[in-house]
Design a protein around this ligand. Structure first.
Ligand code: FAD
Length: 421
């Protein structure tokens, strides 16, 4: 076969793939990163949780990548009860084109080769992977990484697609910010309730609904969306809910269609049973980010897990090998035994770092959206409690920025609830 030989081929240059390529290339590893779109406006809210900003400081280091820092979140319950939380530490909202450019630029600067083409096929030949691209190029690699998102063609080939119960469907609008919003924010006639203010996130939990609606401010754009378990509502029903929410946000008027960009996509939100034998690695391959199924089943938040899983795989692949003389042997890191150790280490690492908590989130999901708490709808009770109790506001704020473990969420809430009900 003619074509370039490399050590590691990474399919997909979203946050997961580009961050992995950047980490590996910085360690001197030979990496080729593939994506036909380069940096693009992936359908997404673009909310980067505080935990991600804290662990991956580079996300905010360069202000030439514009983002909004958000400290205020208003939650609206199924019974229309509201609470506004002020966060001690902000989270960031990016346009996805900007966030993807940031990580892709880092990967290229670190020395990864970027190929702006689809991987259309790959196969195993002896100990190598042979990849073909949409541009007719061939590559030979020792290790293959699928970082190609929720619809991952790599996953489809190596494991199989996500079944319906493991996915959520999301629709949204990116709406250019204009005078209409400003008018409403300064108290337009139709604004009967407290108006949303700039740089505030709004989250609404509709009744009998496994998911939520959101409004995220970005530089120059408001991002609105709705996400729900796939198959629970029809596409038309979701679009109706979304339009009603957008209309409500703007005080009863829809913005002009020329400013509205519609999008739709799926998010992996694994069912409880699917965590038990989730396969994310095999012989000289691994999946990261959405392709692996790593998103919060309750919130659909996956950007942190994309970065984190990439980081954990990079750690597993770059651990120095100790040879028989007890010396570090960097030449040994391309052998299949080394990859076997790396994939085993990665599997253990993601399970420990976030796997158990996400599995617990899947367990909690039915209760979170459909359960009762002290005789009230759970989300309504949470919001009611938060209005009256600082401790509950703290727990909720921590949950929203990704710092409250799902394993202890209910216990922590119950401890505070008895003082209110
Ligand atoms: C509507 C919506 C809103 C969301 N909002 C949020 C949010 O606010 N906060 C949050 O944390 N998460 C959010 N998520 C989830 C978040 O978007 C994902 O978890 C995150 O993008 C996963 O990153 P990734 O790198 O794994 O995959 P992706 O970002 O999906 O990147 C995969 C890349 O693979 C490329 N690719 C696909 N096929 C091939 C191929 N054959 N060859 C080469 N490249 C290929 C694609 O072009 C793409 O660039 C949202 C998701 C949706 C759908």
């Amino acid at each position: 076969m003619n074509g370039r030989s490399t050590e590691i081929a990474v399919i997909g240059a979203g946050p997961a793939g580009a961050h992995l390529a950047s980490r590996l290339a910085a360690e001197g590893r030979d990496v080729v990163l593939f994506d036909p779109r380069g940096a693009w406006e992936k359908p997404c809210g673009g909310g980067v949780p505080t935990r991600a900003i804290r662990e991956f400081a580079f996300i905010l280091e360069d202000s030439s990548y514009p983002r909004k820092l958000v400290r205020r979140i208003t939650l609206i319950s199924p019974l229309d009860r509201r609470v506004t939380l002020e966060l001690d530490e902000p989270f960031a909202v990016f346009s996805r084109e900007v966030l993807n450019r940031l990580v892709l630029d880092r990967a290229i600067d670190s020395g990864a080769e970027f190929v702006r083409e689809d991987v259309v096929d790959f196969s195993r030949e002896c100990e190598d992977w042979v990849l073909s691209t949409s541009g007719g190029k061939k590559f030979r690699a020792k290790f293959l990484v699928g970082a190609d998102g929720a619809a991952s063609p790599t996953r489809r080939r190596l494991v199989g697609i996500f079944p319906k119960q493991d996915l959520a469907l999301a629709f949204g609008y990116n709406i250019t910010v204009d005078d209409l919003q400003t008018a409403y924010q300064s108290g337009g006639a139709a604004a009967s309730q407290r108006e949303p203010i700039a740089d505030e996130v709004v989250v609404r939990f509709p009744r009998e609904f496994t998911g939520y609606l959101w409004a995220f401010p970005r530089p120059g754009v408001m991002n609105f969306g709705v996400a729900s378990k796939l198959g629970e509502r029809t596409s038309n029903e979701l679009r109706e809910l979304l339009m009603e929410f957008v209309r409500g946000y703007y005080g009863g008027r829809m913005p002009g269609s020329e400013r509205m960009n519609f999008f739709g996509a799926k998010i992996p939100t694994l069912d409880l049973a699917s965590w038990k034998d989730l396969k994310t690695t095999g012989e000289s391959w691994a999946l990261i980010g959405d392709a692996a199924g790593f998103a919060d089943p309750i919130t659909g938040e996956g950007i942190y897990y994309a970065f984190k899983s990439a980081d954990l795989l990079a750690d597993s692949l770059t651990h120095p090998t100790v040879n028989r003389n007890g010396r570090s042997d960097s030449s040994a890191h391309t052998g299949s035994a080394e990859y076997e150790r790396a994939t085993a280490s990665y599997d253990a690492a993601w399970l420990e770092a976030f796997g158990r908590d996400l599995e617990h989130a899947s367990f909690r999901l039915p209760h979170f959206y459909h359960g009762q708490f002290f005789g009230r709808i759970f989300t309504d009770a949470m919001i009611l409690l938060a209005r009256h109790h600082r401790g509950v506001r703290t727990i909720l704020s921590r949950a929203l920025v990704g710092e409250q473990s799902y394993v202890t969420l209910k216990r922590d809430l119950v401890r505070r609830a008895w003082r209110v009900f």
